[in-house]
Design a protein around this ligand. Structure first.
Ligand SMILES: [Zn+2]
Length: 338
């Protein structure tokens, strides 16, 4: 089979690789229907994370089950499945508590930009649809495997409630999905912080009520203006930089909550400031598996359309162009099809 391999920052190649095999009775092999490039894939691509040796890439996927190990009984070959970027057995104490992305047997997916993928913990990770979905629903189901699930978690972690005011920091794919989540969870006012016209448009389409283009303390001042000087009930931090985290913490009202899902890079939090702010803070890799059945239903019912975050579709063999386009901000998110 063929798949993407990163050799060094800026150097992603599409290469012939060994076909994946069942290694454990809990594995499945899927044939990729669609995969994509994640904002977090850009960290090594831009040299912000080291690339010590060439390795495969990709952690978002939907596919058709090809083969299952002997302990995988609830998904059968031929079924269309959606999974999470973090695999989980769905039976351990953390899974039962709803924190599948902290599963005691967790393995992070990292080989999905390829024709075929081995899914560890397949029994607890994969959710099959009743039927093969229509082609136009595939992008939204793919989004559910990471960005939509992560945006949902950001809203849950920020404790968005009906009638509340939510601020979304970050207008990448996760931030835009965070707008969808805040709307679905009933936020009355959704303030999207974005400077890019096309992303502002999509945020408004997804349910944002206000757009703030300012950043840093100017952005915080605008949020205060818009909330009568109080601050927001819920803030979804979807970037992961020191500036975005500061902006998020300063935008929440006393008693408000920040859900942070951007993987932090050089983020330091001042303990005294957090103490006196009365702001609640929860983040981490999203327990996407917990939300999969619900989010798949919302997509299939036509309630949400997170697939709109893909503004570039390429054949899988042009994966390097997907990275380039996202790195150069010519695309928000690139979808790839074998
Ligand atoms: Zn578990």
């Amino acid at each position: 089979m063929r798949g993407a391999v990163i050799h060094a920052p800026g150097d992603v190649r599409f290469e012939t690789l060994d076909d994946p095999k069942i290694l454990h009775p809990t594995d499945a092999i899927i044939r990729t229907v669609a995969t994509c490039v994640c904002g977090s894939d850009l960290w090594p691509y831009r040299g912000a994370e080291p690339v010590d040796e060439p390795h495969p890439m990709g952690h978002e996927y939907v596919g058709i089950v090809e083969e299952v190990g002997s302990e995988v009984t609830h998904v059968k070959p031929g079924r269309f499945v959606v999974g999470s970027f973090a695999t989980s057995d769905n039976t351990c104490a953390h899974c039962r508590n709803g924190w599948q992305s902290s599963c005691l047997n967790r393995e992070f997916m990292s080989t999905c930009q390829a024709d075929y993928v081995r899914i560890p913990n397949a029994h607890g990770t994969l959710v099959a649809t009743d039927e093969h979905p229509d082609a136009e629903l595939v992008p939204s189901l793919l989004a559910v495997s990471d960005v939509m699930g992560t945006g949902w978690y950001a809203a849950v972690a920020a404790e968005v409630t009906p009638g509340s005011t939510a601020v979304v920091v970050g207008d990448g794919a996760v931030g835009l999905c965070g707008v969808i989540a805040a709307k679905e969870l009933g936020a009355e006012r959704i303030i999207a912080m974005s400077r890019h016209e096309s992303r502002q448009k999509l945020a408004l389409e997804f349910g944002a009520t206000d757009i703030v283009g300012e950043r840093g303390e100017d952005g915080v001042a605008r949020i205060k203006d818009l909330t009568g000087g109080i601050g927001a009930d819920s803030v979804l931090e979807c970037v992961g930089t020191a500036e975005s985290m500061r902006q998020a913490l300063h935008s929440a009202r006393p008693g408000g909550n920040v859900g942070f899902v951007g993987v932090p890079h050089d983020v330091a939090i001042d303990g005294q400031e957090l103490f006196f702010s009365h702001v609640g803070l929860r983040g981490g890799p999203a327990p996407v598996r917990a939300y999969l059945p619900d989010l798949i239903d919302r997509v299939l019912a036509g309630r949400i359309d997170p697939g709109k975050v893909f503004d570039l579709a390429l054949p899988l063999d042009q994966v390097a162009e997907g990275y380039r386009a996202m790195d150069e901000r010519r695309a928000v998110k690139a979808l790839l099809k074998p």
